[in-house]
Write a protein that binds this ligand. Structure first.
Ligand code: TTP
Ligand code: MG
Length: 394
């Protein structure tokens, strides 16, 4: 049997709103709504989040901002300051690293920590959780809610139970007693449709599901049925998948013959951007600093870098930045021998600054997703620019 794990799930309380209340103390204790401009009730767009004071008025994430305005016109409405929140998110991760390197960030304000190998440094698992909470409070003046359990699923559910500023512990012995009374919809990966199918079968709680035969569930849901049945019986084999901090992603090309040909150079830069973009996306990363490397015929080597406002893994954004760097680089007639493209200053791509407000990025995301699918199907070659044939990689 696999060794018992000690897993912690941390979720910040009213994340965007708490940061605003922290930075603007006059907002503390008040209903604060972060999201689209309400325009006195005529605004479009949605609530990103709101303070717990605003939740008493029935306001919640993803609600139209006009509805929120109706429910509580006297609330303080603030725009989303994503750059600030991403920075705080990074600071929170720094605190987590004081406790374990096994951290899986799930979203901008949420992470799993596997403390199996490190809790003894802080006496007990419970004490480790208390320390995590107090360091977040002391260093960042923010509160978080924490779940401690032997599985990811139980840890996540536990962190949500006593929000805000909660700490809920589920031991191995209590695991099934903890899970079984819960609504079956709490199982990770179980959507609304599956939930209603289960409800129709008379399965309301996780316990109801656990008591059915595995075969019954496989018949209805196939492989997923077995997965849900196992989860319901406390068997959640999912590991905390630590985010490997890659410092940068880069790619280089050495020309067979040194060149001054702008078309070849530009095409090569595009190929390099494509490769770097693809690798970033495969690794679930994006980066803010784009670096161009140029080696000239006399082997003199130069780098030029730019930091973007928002991190990216989109090939068109990278390419635009790279071409800009290239155009501004004085080559004084010498031929180019090698080109390189590097993206650094990396963050997990879950921290999508723009997911809630930037349609353009969503469109790009879909296009890149589609390209990736085609790549997988027809191998990388089908999409590579034809001109890459004149090159070889160095
Ligand atoms: P959540 O952790 O879901 O919410 P929260 O931290 O605001 O509140 P809770 O105490 O219940 O955890 O989301 C984290 C942040 O993500 C949230 O502060 C704002 C953003 N967000 C949106 O912008 N839109 C959404 O629909 C949701 C759910 C979150
Ligand atoms: Mg949260």
């Amino acid at each position: 049997m696999a060794k018992e794990r000690v897993i912690v799930h941390v979720d910040m309380d009213a994340f965007f709103a708490s940061i605003e209340q922290r930075d603007k103390p006059y907002l503390r204790g008040k209903p604060v709504i972060v999201g689209a401009d309400p325009k006195r009730g005529k605004g479009r767009g949605v609530v990103s989040t709101c303070s717990y004071e605003a939740r008493k008025f029935g306001i919640a994430s993803a609600m139209p901002i006009s509805t929120a305005y109706k429910k509580c016109p006297k609330a303080v409405f603030l725009p989303v300051d994503m750059e600030k929140y991403v920075k705080v998110s990074e600071e929170i991760n720094e605190i987590f690293y004081q406790f374990t390197p096994d951290i899986e960030p799930v979203s901008i304000d949420e992470a799993f920590l596997d403390i199996t190998g490190s809790f003894h440094l802080f006496k007990t698992p419970l004490n480790t959780c208390r320390l995590i909470k107090s360091r977040v409070k002391e260093e960042l003046d923010l509160t978080c809610s924490v779940g401690l359990a032997p599985t990811k699923m139980a840890a996540k559910i536990a962190s949500d139970l006593k929000k805000p500023d909660g700490l809920v512990v589920v031991s191995e012995e209590e695991l099934l007693d903890f899970l079984w009374p819960l609504d079956v919809g709490k199982l990770p990966g179980l959507g609304k449709k599956s939930k209603s199918v289960l409800n129709d079968m008379g399965i309301i709680t996780i316990g109801d599901l656990a008591k059915r035969s595995k075969q019954d569930l496989i018949e209805v849901f196939g492989k997923n049925g077995e997965y849900f049945w196992k989860l319901a019986n406390g068997k959640d084999g999912r590991q905390v998948e630590a985010y490997q901090e890659e410092k940068s992603v880069s790619n280089e090309i050495t020309f067979m013959q040194d060149t001054l040909d702008r078309e070849i150079i530009k095409t090569s830069l595009l190929v390099l951007c494509e490769k770097v973009s693809q690798r970033l996306r495969q690794a679930g990363l994006k980066g803010r600093t784009i670096t161009l490397k140029i080696r000239l015929e006399d082997f003199s080597t130069y780098t030029r870098a730019v930091s973007l406002l928002k991190s990216t893994n989109f090939v068109d954004v990278m390419y635009k930045a790279i071409i800009n760097l290239f155009e501004n680089f004085k080559k004084s007639g010498r031929k180019v021998r090698l080109l390189g493209v590097k993206v650094s200053n990396l963050a997990p791509s879950e921290l999508r600054e723009s997911i809630f407000d930037d349609k353009d990025d969503d469109r790009r995301e879909r296009i890149h997703g589609a390209i990736e699918k085609i790549r997988e199907k027809f191998s990388e070659r089908s999409i590579r620019r034809a001109a890459s044939r004149v090159l070889h990689e160095g």
